[in-house]
Ligand binder design. Sequence first.
Ligand code: QAP
Ligand code: CO
Length: 168
Amino acid sequence: MAILDILEFPDTRLRTKARPVVAVDDRIRQLVDDMFDTMYDANGIGLAATQVNVHERVVVMDLSEERDQPLVFINPEVEVLDTDTRDYDEGCLSVPGFYETVQRPENIRVKALDRDGNPYELEPDGLLAVCIQHELDHLEGKLFVDYLSPLKRQRIRAKLEKLQRQNR
Ligand code: QAP
Ligand code: CO
């Protein structure tokens, strides 16, 4: 069990594009376990490897109240099924304390590998569909604040930089 450090906006390492996982082996399973420990410890619902400074395509999520429904997405691919979108208030463990409305496609299909390297498919809706797109963005070096106005983004950046100076 290991709790990893979570990078915070505007850390430039969050802008790194993650590489595909070549083999789902014990090293990747250890990373997955550590990411769950880190996400549960921080009371998150989703965490991408990018956020713990590992630049491989691994995402963990758990949307359940009881924290007992872990989901693993390795090398996830999202296909947008139609042009319908929905607004959702998003947060991020790398942007602590801030929630803002983001518009994303509503109907998607996700293909990924599980913890054992077996492929599976989902057609998620609601928060699950929002969260997987948010986490896939992390693997591309993208953050939810990138969808906001430059003014809003700059305000969040200034507040977080101030907090990070105080915490050092
Ligand atoms: C992504 O985010 C997400 O600011 C996952 O103080 C969130 O787990 C996608 C968190 C909402 C869609 C909707 C954020 C914890 C956790 C904070 C998270 C905080 C403590 C965020
Ligand atoms: Co996030």
